[in-house]
Design a protein around this ligand. Sequence first.
Ligand SMILES: Cc1cc2nc3c(=O)[nH]c(=O)nc-3n(C[C@H](O)[C@H](O)[C@H](O)COP(=O)(O)OP(=O)(O)OC[C@H]3O[C@@H](n4cnc5c(N)ncnc54)[C@H](O)[C@@H]3O)c2cc1C
Length: 351
Amino acid sequence: MTVLCLVERDGDGAADASLRALAFSRELAASSEASGTGGDPGYGEEPAGSNPPGAPGENVAAVVFGPAAEVPAGALAVAGVTDAYAVESDALTGYAPLAWARAIAELITASSATAVVAAATDHGNEVLAHLAAITDLPMAANCASAAHASDGRYRLVRHRWAGSLLEDAALDAPVALLTVAVDAVAATPAAVPAKVTVHAFRPDLTDGDLAVCATESAERAGGVSLATARVVVGGGRGVGSPAGFGALEELAGLLGGALGVSRVVTSQGWRPHKQQVGQTGTRISPELYLACGISGAIQHMAGCLSARHIVAVNTDPDAPIIARADYAVIGDLNQVIPALVTALRERAGLS
Ligand SMILES: Cc1cc2nc3c(=O)[nH]c(=O)nc-3n(C[C@H](O)[C@H](O)[C@H](O)COP(=O)(O)OP(=O)(O)OC[C@H]3O[C@@H](n4cnc5c(N)ncnc54)[C@H](O)[C@@H]3O)c2cc1C
């Protein structure tokens, strides 16, 4: 029996969000051992999964879209993956949500999967929603944990209301379709690295499956992903103009971090939506969130609840974010940020 996990790529490696989804998958597979479940899932045919000899319970298998030669086997081994299915198709030149779902639906049968897990990224949620529609299986999004229960169901804890509420839920499904709230799970390695067997898998796709297909993907501008950055420098309406973000970008670079912004900033067209932090943007969980010229509306705070430390720079001592911050600088960011940049440049021997 197998827990399938969709692994998204990040350059040559596995995306951090997917490594977290793999850690989640491992826990789920181990809970099957603990509860003694892991029997016939009631969906699919002959098992083709490859539990290591003598291993009880379920194994974790990765689904990676692209050639077998490009599967990040090293990262998968560290994450405890025993099998990796490289989905190869001449027709699949880029991200195609329905085609990805169709391929995973075939893999559920081929691997006798009891669960399919993906990170709750835009792609993960979209693909699993299509998969749910194709297979007529229920899907639970934004899970923080999942385990087999003795009654044969899945016990879930899910993030609701952008993570401000935790929901206990039970899922009754022959194959569970779950996405993982990425800020709820750490990308921990397996206790013992696994030996990964890579299987090339060619799905049976129709033209209809490829009706939506990304033909071009923009590379991320910087080297650090907003969702997983250890430092995020945030800018809000208080930055005042698109040009004002130059100093924040430089500061983020000096700190080895990423730039995040509020929704006002993306609505104004000052920065792209992919940099938005919040309920309708990216959830971040950095060690340090330096929020500059951001008032701290509840929808913004929903995206940075997991930040370890928040430092606010704001002219208004009564701005809501001040009450939520560990430290606050009451002042004009046009003075504070350049002073910080100068100090960091000097320390780095750059000026
Ligand atoms: C359904 C819904 C979803 C939403 N989703 C999101 C979301 O995902 N993310 C998000 O961010 N918002 C979201 N919002 C919008 C949110 O409610 C706020 O409107 C938004 O976060 C405010 O952005 P801001 O803090 O940049 O602007 P403002 O609230 O206008 O705050 C600007 C701050 O800058 C300070 N300031 C001004 N000048 C300076 C200066 N020179 N130096 C220092 N400080 C200065 C001000 O004192 C003020 O506190 C959502 C709203 C709705 C209704």
